[in-house]
Design a protein around this ligand. Structure first.
Ligand code: KG4
Ligand code: ZN
Length: 347
């Protein structure tokens, strides 16, 4: 049962956690949302500077809260890819330094594999195969989880990630960043059927639509055109109805692709991760489809859905158990397909 100290700094959360196998002993997360809010999105330089300011304190705090000292730590885990290079560098430098000082193995972790492992934190008995829907500000992926380190990407977005679409539409509606929670709140008092909007279809050259891929840029443009039209006809922008209609389109688009994957690959369990997993409309539609079509959908607690080091530690503990180690020369990578996670290890 390996115990690891894990560091996650791939985007705008500085997070450190001590994880014993699938049990979280401590989790310290410093969010930077307020720093990026005035800019309407994550500013990479600002993100790395804040990681640098908070990472050492977060490591100390996570270790103290775990009740362990360094002798109780079997490995140092760190998100090595994908993410913002300047941000990843802060985490990996801290992790390598700790690995060298305390003579512990280094375990680089793929950020998306971390999101998949978040499911095991709340459902320790979960077994592959299952389908993982990852929907955040940077990712929209449908991943067939076969076993540790063995993944197949079934579907992806061709352009904007789901969370990015929420953030861009919120900006169009002059709402604050991040847009997802605001749109979700407004949608509760709006009519989702008021404005029919596209549902993220990707046309195939031979005709018809891709069964698993999505495109959200057309949906975003449709909202822009709608807003421009309503500006000329309405005295007050019907923001709640637009939010509800947009949210419904995203939820239906994702649910349809999840259903297609479950059907075509004979899967029985679907897990949802990333910030958009909080979305009320998405949850409702997925739960309804699961009940109607006879599969199970799992939403881990939100603290494990959004970026956190506990999920990185959980993935690392499994790799460590399997004998996987990273080189102290491990480099960060802004992009790395999840199908290539084993490139992070020497053996
Ligand atoms: O996973 P996350 O915290 O960070 C990364 O992007 O890695 O996801 C943040 C994204 C943002 O785009 C935010 O607008 C979206 O998740 N989000 C939501 C909701 N809460 C957060 N989107 C829709 N509905 C929500 N309730
Ligand atoms: Zn993430």
């Amino acid at each position: 049962m390996p115990t690891v100290l894990a560091i996650e700094t791939s985007c705008d959360e500085t997070s450190v956690s001590v994880v014993k196998n699938r049990e979280v002993l401590s989790l310290v997360t410093a969010t930077q949302i307020l720093s990026h809010q005035p800019f309407g999105g994550v500013v990479p330089e600002l993100a790395s500077r804040e990681h640098l300011e908070t990472v050492n304190y977060s490591i100390e705090q996570a270790l103290t809260e775990s009740g362990l000292d360094w002798t109780g730590i079997d490995g140092i885990a760190v998100t090595a890819a994908p993410g913002l290079v300047g941000s990843l560098l802060i985490g990996i430098t801290a992790a390598k330094t700790l690995a060298m000082i305390y003579g512990k193995p280094l375990i680089g972790v793929h950020h998306l594999e971390g999101h998949i492992y978040a499911n095991y934190l709340s459902e320790p008995d979960l077994q592959p195969p299952f389908l993982s829907l990852l929907v955040s500000g940077g990712h929209t992926s449908l991943i067939h989880v076969k076993e540790c380190g063995v993944y197949e990407i079934l579907g992806e977005t061709r352009d904007d990630a789901a969370g990015e679409a929420f953030d861009k539409v919120a900006r169009l509606l002059k709402l604050e960043y991040p847009g997802g929670p605001v749109i979700d709140r407004l949608a509760k008092s709006g009519d989702p059927l008021k404005y029919p909007l596209p549902q993220g279809n990707v046309s195939l050259p031979a005709g018809g639509f891709h069964p698993y891929d999505t495109s959200f840029s057309g949906l975003k443009t449709a909202v822009l055109r709608l807003v421009q039209k309503l500006e000329t006809t309405e005295t007050e922008m019907p923001v709640a109805d637009i939010a509800a209609s947009f949210q419904q389109s995203v939820a239906l688009a994702l649910t349809k692709r999840v259903s297609n994957c479950v059907r075509d690959f004979g899967l029985k369990t679907v897990t949802v991760g990333g910030g958009v997993a909080a979305n009320t409309g998405l949850r409702q539609h997925l739960q309804q489809a699961a009940a109607q079509q006879g599969w199970r959908v799992i939403f881990p607690p939100m603290k494990f859905c959004t970026d956190n080091a506990a999920m990185i530690g959980c993935a690392a503990a499994e790799h460590l158990r399997l004998g996987h180690r990273s080189s102290l020369n491990l480099a960060v990578q802004s992009r790395l397909p999840i199908t290539e996670v084993m490139r992070l290890y020497e053996t």
